[in-house]
Design a protein around this ligand. Structure first.
Ligand code: B12
Ligand code: SF4
Length: 493
């Protein structure tokens, strides 16, 4: 869209505000989790925390001047073909799309449908995709604006500008393409210092039960429903080469009181009984972590906690694990990525393998389900690196191995390593660059050999006698809909 057109839209919007009608905003989370797999997966979704935060920020700062609807594609829409009718159902002034890079096609489909629905809808893209590749995101989807980074303050300022209080083209933290096709990237907006100042996510804007009843793709069984994701801190100081670090390197945390307040509201008002923590690194500030655990017990909250993400394994001590367990934690995922020192150096993962192994042992002794995250096919990975990792996990106390094939997403350090082995990350099919779908990885060995090695290694881990016994009881806790999908059942084998 040309700059002239954008400006004229702004003018029109100013006059619309004069009529007093609230600005109608549709916030959509795209999701293709499972859709690109060879084995069909049940419909699955994770509640769209990012746009729920945007919704509450808009309500807090703009009140009745905006009217907001929040949707997720996998709850509202089952296929890309349904997107146009979905978008035209909402006669809205602004469509805000939230996507990760691998959902590029879905983001483009929503933006295209919004454009085709006619009118002068302003299309804004945000989330990890727009944050890490704003130019690519704008050009691929045809969105009018990209919001880069943490969204609450930027989006409020942007919508205020649409309402006539500023110039939408100049809002810090946004990007657009001008009439001559050049990228206009405004100054970065920075990160919020005080996370307690954020309104809690607008959980009333979505049907929590519907989300909770769909398949949970976090690769861990769910003890209680409804369950919701929760983010208690943002940012991480580590520098892993594959990470997009959406929330920056400065660790910022909500106070224990603020976290407990959100938990209690969700528990008392919405009946939520389980929380999945999706922080970058929940346990960086040990005192805060311990205070949250103690407060959960002190207040007598009967909830379950799971960590599909968010725990740095080599920082976890026995004492912390015990406190986590007492607070209701029943499952954790710790990232190993690789046990080869050479690959770990390339990844800049900087993990202490001995401490990670000890944390898995302690967690296992405490009865906490422990999953281990591995990444195979790092650029230049050799047979012996892969074998080292598989052996390490087999011998560890981790219950459940989870892995993906390395995807050198543009903008990461890993992408530079990929270029060194002759691979151009920009050419990746993003939709297929998740988990182990059919991205081939960049290991230094023939692809068939790589695949066979991974398959055999994972089977060896799953069938290791002690682990298999533990897995049988864990398996029974899992949503039966997911059994076929995972393609493995220790109970049957
Ligand atoms: C939970 C999670 C998952 C879940 C659920 C994903 C889903 N689709 O719902 C599961 C386990 C399935 C998953 C899978 C994968 N994930 Co993941 N995941 C996360 C995690 C830990 C939390 C996401 C979250 O809820 N954040 C909390 C909310 C508040 O943040 P947010 O959504 O980013 O929203 C904020 C801003 O981005 C912005 N914003 C967001 N949307 C919008 C929209 C508008 C209009 C605006 C203005 C602003 C805006 O404002 C929000 C508030 O500040 C993040 C890491 C992280 N800590 O964020 C990684 C992350 C999103 N995942 C990532 C990756 C790489 C993957 C996989 C590709 C891994 C793999 N190799 O297979 C797969 C892809 C699956 C898929 N199809 O999406 C990357 C994304 C990189 C990228 N550039 O896209 C992240 C950022 C990890 C990282 N640090 O690199 N993931
Ligand atoms: S520890 Fe996790 S959040 Fe931190 S840089 Fe590494 S992958 Fe990213």
């Amino acid at each position: 869209m040309s700059e002239k057109m954008v400006h004229s839209k702004r003018q029109r919007r100013r006059s619309r505000v004069a009529t007093g009608r609230p600005l109608r905003i549709l916030l959509v989370r795209t999701s293709n989790v499972g859709a690109a797999f060879r084995r069909p997966s049940p419909p699955c979704v994770i509640a769209p925390l990012g746009i729920l935060y945007l919704c509450s920020a808009l309500r807090k700062h703009l009140g009745g001047r905006v009217e907001i609807a929040v949707e997720s594609l996998s709850t509202a829409v089952r296929s890309v073909e349904e997107i146009p009718s979905f978008v035209s159902r909402f006669a809205c002034d602004v469509v805000g799309i939230s996507s990760s890079l691998v959902e590029e096609a879905e983001a483009a489909a929503v933006a295209g449908a919004a454009r085709a629905a006619g009118g002068d809808t302003v299309i804004v893209l945000g989330g990890p995709y727009a944050t890490c590749s704003p130019e690519r995101a704008l050009r691929t989807t045809g969105a009018d604006y990209a919001v880069v980074g943490e969204g609450e303050a930027t989006f409020v300022r942007f919508v205020q500008a649409l309402l006539g209080e500023g110039d939408p083209l100049r809002v810090p933290g946004t990007a657009s393409v001008d009439g001559r096709g050049r990228l206009r990237l405004n100054a970065a907006a920075g990160f919020l210092d005080d996370l307690d100042a954020l309104a809690h996510p607008a959980w009333d804007a979505i049907p929590i039960d519907t989300y909770s009843s769909l398949f949970n793709f976090n690769d861990m069984p769910t003890l209680y429903r409804p369950y919701v994701p929760i983010m208690t801190s943002r940012g991480c100081p580590y520098r892993c080469s594959f990470c997009h670090n959406v929330f920056g390197r400065r660790f910022r945390a909500r106070s224990p009181g603020n976290v407990l307040e959100e938990m209690e509201i969700l528990h008392d008002r919405f009946g939520v009984r389980e929380f999945h923590v999706v922080d970058d690194i929940f346990n960086l500030d040990v005192e805060r972590m311990e205070a949250i655990c103690r407060a959960i017990r002190r207040r007598g909250l009967k909830i379950a906690l799971a960590f599909p993400n968010g725990l740095r394994g080599d920082l976890l001590t026995r004492r912390q694990l015990r406190l986590l367990g007492q607070a209701g934690c029943y499952a954790i995922t710790l990232a190993l990525e690789s046990a080869s020192k050479r690959i770990l150096r390339l990844m800049r993962k900087n993990i202490n393998l001995e401490k990670l192994a000890a944390a898995a042992r302690e967690a296992s002794h405490l009865g906490i389900i422990t999953s281990c995250f591995m990444m195979f096919g790092y650029p230049g990975e050799r047979r012996e690196d892969l074998e080292t990792t598989l052996r390490w996990v087999r011998e560890s106390y981790f219950d459940f191995p989870r892995y993906c094939v390395a995807s050198p997403f543009p903008g990461t350090g890993m992408a530079e390593h990929a270029r060194k082995v002759g691979f151009e990350p920009g050419a990746m099919d993003m939709r297929r660059s998740q988990y182990d779908i059919d991205n081939r990885g960049l290991a230094d060995m023939p692809y068939e050999e790589f695949r066979a090695l991974v398959r055999r290694g994972i089977e060896d881990i799953l069938h290791e006698p002690t682990r298999r016994k533990r897995l049988q009881s864990i398996w029974a806790m899992w949503d039966p809909a997911s059994h076929d999908y995972f393609g493995f059942s220790p109970a049957k084998s």
